[in-house]
Design a protein around this ligand. Sequence first.
Ligand code: SOE
Length: 392
Amino acid sequence: MAQESPTGQARPLGVAAIGYAFMGKAHSNAWRNVASFFDVPAFEQKVLVGRNAGQVTEAAAKYGWAESATDWRSVIARDDIDIVDICAPGWMHAEIAIAALEAGKHVLVEKPLANSLAEAEAMTEAARAARARGIQSMIGFNYRRVPALALAKELVAEGRVGTVRHVRAAYLQDWLADDQAPMTWRLRKETAGSGALGDIASHAIDQVLYLIGDQVTGVTGRLHTFVDRRPGANGTEDVTVDDAAWATLSLASGAIASVEASRVATGRKNALKLEIYGDKGSILFDLENLNELGFLDATLPVREQGFRRILVNEPEHPYLEAWWPQGHIIGWEHTFTHQVRDFLLAVVAGEAPSPSFEEGLNVQYILNAVEESAAAKSALIQLAPATDSQGA
Ligand code: SOE
């Protein structure tokens, strides 16, 4: 479907992406291939924005963007840009998203919504005001678009696990297990906001809320930095964010979720593990095997029970009709394609896409509560070290 241009002529939606590093590459790949697989409104990959002119020019050519630019402000002022996809680090989200929404552009922004609660609240306010003018916004919790997790949500909503009692959510990586791994913007509070907490626990928390459709009513948290100094460009630098985070979440339904996130879990590369336990069944998922879902139906006779492995790769599974024949599995990058597809469809339908900035803000409140609880150490009962059996 084409967009009315300012001159009244129907034209494809103009898209700009800001950021060309890891997330910029993942989103660009999605913009590049979405129309080859899904029926989406006509759009054009107009411009890729980044600070380094040479690198962004090269990236734009490689990733299928018509042009590159170094000044995001001049890009959001353009009449031929309708959608702004923000893939820049968290410290830039609020300023760009608010300016783009105010300029009348639909906005897709990477997670977490922002680095602070105040910024996330301001972004949500801007999104509400823009929505009233028909301008849409969405946060990129891309794992909602893993077909197996979309199926898990359907099963929970259909009552196949019954009343959910507890959920275990763990997001484990090991790229900081080596204590000589260098400093990056992700390890400084002023640029990243927090560490494993905002970067990956945010995904785990969003999944808990998405899968069981519940509200968090209480939070306990703990944060820890195992390696607090790392080599930087000008010598050793302080790491000012957490390497790992733990939380328990009380949910309005009475369920309890445990959340764990680590960047020092040696051997775990990108393991988002989710387990849902209800009174009629259970669900298991691991991102390192993202085409599979484990499901146990506890309504079957006990002698027939056991986790079955569902290969979530049939045309009747969410998103999969558009891809390959059964058994021709998909990967991590497809989640971004599904995200762009859903975003585009919502934009042309004039409907608010999900997850909204409100949903991103909700996660942000929980992240903030984890930090507060961790700082207060309120749930930490200190025990004196035990003496050993020799009485030493
Ligand atoms: C880095 O830890 C990271 O790329 C996150 O920022 C992403 O959101 C996650 O999908 C994979 O890990």
